[in-house]
Write a protein that binds this ligand. Structure first.
Ligand SMILES: Cc1cc2nc3c(=O)[nH]c(=O)nc-3n(C[C@H](O)[C@H](O)[C@H](O)COP(=O)(O)OP(=O)(O)OC[C@H]3O[C@@H](n4cnc5c(N)ncnc54)[C@H](O)[C@@H]3O)c2cc1C
Length: 530
């Protein structure tokens, strides 16, 4: 079995930045299930938030992030996000990420619910691509980092209650292999593929969260899925993202009659938080019996639009939309998971030896809703914290087993729920498409008890049948089934509406629910799910 100081699973921004910093203190293996650049990060458009501008401050960025989180954001973690993140963004600039500049200075733009212009972007609306390519280049050149592409992590190896490595499947050769690591960092991204309507690429199947949960790590806030208001809504086309930044510089949402409607739902209009705008589009389309809303970019000037958003303009043209003459059809789609593997502010999970970072982690910074462009920031901020922790471990000569696992940032008053193994029950034949349609319909933008109970019981039955038949199973599908069940369990229990979680049977926030839901696998579930 090959042995490393640190194994990083995933090669988006969180994984690559963590690998890069950690390589200063040890040898690193990066496992990734497709090509290095296949990840959510590559698709990020709007940019990365950092309180670096002249009129900005830590306090303002913290306040905006807390407000977006609808009472569930963790203030201590948010302060670390803003302060450590700002340093990490400076580091990205030094590493050569080509952020857009004017007169030699990096420019900042604004996005919904940010009180200052603090979003750095690159290539106009190709921020993620530029960030990912820049980091991939540096990581590839680093002799202390080994990379295994097309290598899918399938199980965490646990010995005496500690994660000691990863069992993985090489998609290119069909071989299984085991890799030993003193620390294993999950950086596997989000769960967008759980929904039939999503902006996320194929790799976003929540593997890391499912693996960690089965191994015994706590997961939290899984009911909070952000639905982006404006994904391209052309029948048959992928749900390509039309960035928030388009509304930030004057894009206007209209209904089928050409009326600007969002102000009727919220006085902040197009720049209200994402969940508010997404529901406004959903309810307006429902009220008028229309399939989508329409984003009008003519007021900002079509030439400006094409210059500032070349990727979006190109995608519109590809699907036959001439933005000079017609608005862009848009509808909400699953975009981002606020929850994930529960960590403290050092990226440590509740399972010793296991760390989590980026979208698969739940550091508590997003609470019930994420502020736009804070996720790339979270990826670098907490990757830096994990690397720093590795440095401290090496530096104090205690040996890696000698450092206690420190859950110092635990929130109080969490509601902890134990989830048991799958249950036999009636369910339609399992197919990924059926699962994704069901999750979109029953646990999407709006939810209620009946729908969530149905999803929970169907996914528990599918889980039962999949865990029974070990051979030849589709691991991504198995992970999605588990995530559907966990999401339904948490969303069912949260009898209120808060942030991105909206229950039609409990449409208001309830003060008593200002607490997080933490899920933990029962002993039976852990035994059966190895
Ligand atoms: C269209 C779009 C636009 C966005 N725009 C913005 C934006 O402007 N600003 C912003 O802050 N955020 C944005 N986001 C969100 C942001 O891009 C992501 O949250 C962030 O990039 C996540 O980074 P990550 O490194 O955690 O995960 P990812 O970048 O998704 O990387 C996950 C990696 O894990 C790998 N992986 C998964 N499972 C396994 C496995 N079993 N074994 C091995 N490898 C595995 C994947 O292949 C991938 O390499 C956007 C997201 C999308 C989809």
């Amino acid at each position: 079995m090959k042995s490393y100081d640190i194994i990083v699973v995933g090669s988006g921004l969180a994984g690559l930045y963590c690998a890069l910093l950690a390589s200063r203190y040890g040898n690193v293996l990066v496992l990734t299930k497709a090509q290095l650049e296949d990840c959510n990060t590559y698709h990020a458009q709007g940019g990365i938030a950092a309180a670096l501008g002249p009129s900005d401050s830590t306090e303002l960025h913290v306040a905006d992030t807390l407000a977006a989180g609808a009472g569930l954001g963790d203030p201590a973690a948010i302060r670390i996000l803003v302060e450590t993140g700002r340093r990490a963004v400076r580091d990205l600039i030094e590493l050569g990420v080509p952020f857009d500049r004017e007169n030699g200075e990096v420019v900042f733009t604004t996005e919904g619910a940010h009180s200052r212009a603090r979003i750095l972007h690159a290539g106009g609306d190709a921020t993620g691509k530029n960030v990912e390519i820049s980091l991939a280049r540096v990581v590839r050149e680093n002799p202390r980092i080994s990379i295994r592409e097309h290598c899918e992590a399938r199980t965490l190896l646990v010995r005496n209650g500690r994660v000691v490595g990863v069992r993985a499947f090489d998609r290119a050769t069909g071989d299984a292999g085991e890799f030993e690591g003193a620390a294993v960092v999950m950086a596997t991204g989000g769960i967008g593929q759980l929904f039939s309507q999503t902006t996320n690429p194929d790799v976003a199947t929540g593997d890391g969260i499912a693996l960690a949960f089965r191994a015994g790590a706590d997961v939290a806030d899984l009911e909070f899925v952000q639905f982006h208001p404006t994904a391209l809504a052309v029948p048959g086309a992928p749900r390509f993202l039309i960035s928030e930044a388009v509304r930030g510089v004057g894009g206007i949402l209209r209904n089928g009659a050409g009326e600007r409607f969002v102000l009727r739902y919220d006085p902040r209009g197009e720049l209200a938080p994402r969940d508010v705008v997404a529901r406004a589009i959903f309810f307006e389309a429902q009220r008028r019996g229309e399939p989508c809303a329409y984003l009008d970019v003519t007021e900002m000037g079509v030439d400006f639009f094409r210059r500032r958003f070349p990727t979006i303009a190109h995608a519109c043209a590809r699907y036959g939309i001439d933005v000079a003459r017609e608005p862009i059809p848009v509808a909400p789609a699953a975009h981002y998971l606020m929850g994930g593997i529960r960590t403290n502010t050092w990226g440590e999970t509740t399972l010793p030896g296991l760390y989590a970072v980026g979208e698969c982690a739940c550091t508590g910074v997003h609470g019930a809703n994420r502020l736009a462009s804070n996720s790339l920031l979270e990826a670098v901020a907490f990757a830096a914290r994990i690397a720093q922790r590795q440095f401290e471990r090496v530096d104090d000569h205690c040996g890696r087993q000698g450092i206690d696992h420190v859950p110092e940032d635990d929130l109080k008053d969490d509601l902890c729920i134990e989830v048991g193994a799958g249950r036999a029950g009636s369910a339609p034949p399992l197919a990924k498409a059926t699962l994704r349609d069901l999750t979109w319909t029953l646990a999407g933008l709006t939810r209620n008890r009946e729908g969530l109970e149905k999803l929970e019981s169907i996914s528990a039955a599918w889980q039962f049948s999949m865990d029974e038949g070990e051979g030849g199973r589709d691991e991504e599908c198995r992970n999605l089934v588990l995530l559907a069940r966990l999401l339904a369990t948490a969303a069912l229990r949260r009898e209120e509406s808060r942030g991105a979680h909206y229950r039609t049977d409990f449409p208001q926030p309830v003060p008593a629910w200002q607490r997080r839901i933490v899920l933990h696998a029962s002993d039976g579930m852990r035994k059966e799910n190895r």
